[in-house]
Ligand binder design. Structure first.
Ligand SMILES: [Zn+2]
Ligand SMILES: [Zn+2]
Length: 331
């Protein structure tokens, strides 16, 4: 940990005083050198954040210092073709704090295009809860509700029950689906049960996809690879019944990934990608949280100070559930 100059906002941007920031597998990938955006060291990771607006640039219309806000991890430009059609999560000129520029493992973080990307945090929501929405929870919400279009009564398989997977279990359960949780960790499966899963597959006990197909009598309607590995991607596709939908949520930074395309054609499967969620798509999710249908705070298993962030990043995965970092926490 070291002292750095305070960031200044771009004319269209804002600087946010960080109250909470999440420890995510994507940060770990960045630290491992898997992210092509991170080339110059030193670098500040962190892309799931919540805090208070400290300063805004001269062109910002909608925000003033003092507002409590969070942001999607994909920060959009607001003016490219994707943004113009409302698809800010795949913006052509996107920035991602902690990747394309310094992120939120800090007291202050600069965010571009504040009017496009800042989201007001409901008054009653704690900063640690809001921070956790920015990447994993919102990503899972879009993957389950908008991309996978999970309907009541459907079987949903979730491969990998870390932060993304547990969020997906909770959201699919709230959508009325029957959820099969797949993981190699019994602790993770226990958390999945608390999040609403009713059926469980120990991925270390042989063919996970065959176990899902047996439990669901023919396969899941929707299956998510919430981890991101060639094994979980293939297992997710192989878990599906005829006409099923696979949603890839976990990042696959290793390059092209083999997919069992013989099954895709024979069973008419759909392969779908899901990449974050635009700021303007947050209200239905925030409303479900307010109504008590979703409890993202239940996924947070520990809160640590900034001084412990490096150690926690290096041992990511050793503690089940979601770890939050609070820069203001006593060190
Ligand atoms: Zn993340
Ligand atoms: Zn754009």
């Amino acid at each position: 940990m070291r002292e750095l100059p305070d960031p200044a906002p771009a004319p269209h941007g804002a600087v946010i005083r960080v109250e909470a920031t999440g420890l995510c597998r994507s940060d770990w990938h960045g630290w491992q050198g898997h992210d092509p955006d991170i080339r110059v060291l030193p670098h500040v990771p962190g892309h799931e954040l919540a805090g208070v607006v400290e300063a805004v640039g001269s062109e910002v219309r909608d925000w003033r210092p003092g507002a409590r806000v969070t942001v999607p991890f994909v920060c959009a430009c607001g003016s490219c073709t994707a943004c113009a059609t409302g698809e800010q999560q795949v913006c052509e000129r996107q920035t991602q704090p902690g990747f394309t520029h310094w992120g939120s493992y800090a007291e202050l973080v600069a965010i571009d295009h504040a009017d496009v990307n800042l989201i007001a945090i409901p008054e009653e929501m704690a900063a640690v809860t809001a921070a956790g929405l920015g990447c994993r929870f919102a990503t899972s919400f879009r993957a389950v509700a908008q991309v996978g279009r999970v309907r009541p009564g459907e079987w949903v398989a979730v491969h990998g029950c870390g932060g993304v997977g547990l969020s997906a279990v909770m959201i699919a359960t709230a959508a009325g689906a029957r959820v099969v949780a797949v993981d190699i960790s019994t602790d993770a499966l226990h958390l999945a049960e608390q999040a609403g899963a009713t059926h469980f597959v120990d991925g270390s006990a042989g063919d996970a996809a065959a176990q899902v197909r047996e439990l669901t009598r023919g396969g899941a309607h929707v299956s998510l690879d919430a981890l991101g590995s060639p094994q979980t991607c293939a297992a997710s596709v192989e878990s599906l019944r005829r006409r099923g939908r696979h949603v890839q949520v976990g990042l696959l930074p290793g390059g092209p990934t083999p997919v069992p395309m013989d099954r895709v054609i024979a069973l008419e499967l759909s392969l779908l990608g899901s990449h974050g969620m635009a700021a303007h798509a947050y209200p239905p999710m925030l409303e479900m949280i307010r109504a008590g249908l979703l409890h993202p705070d239940q996924l947070i298993t520990r809160t640590i100070g900034l001084a412990d962030a490096g150690k926690a990043l290096a041992s990511l995965g050793s503690v089940p559930g979601v770890t939050m970092i609070t820069p203001g926490f006593p060190i």
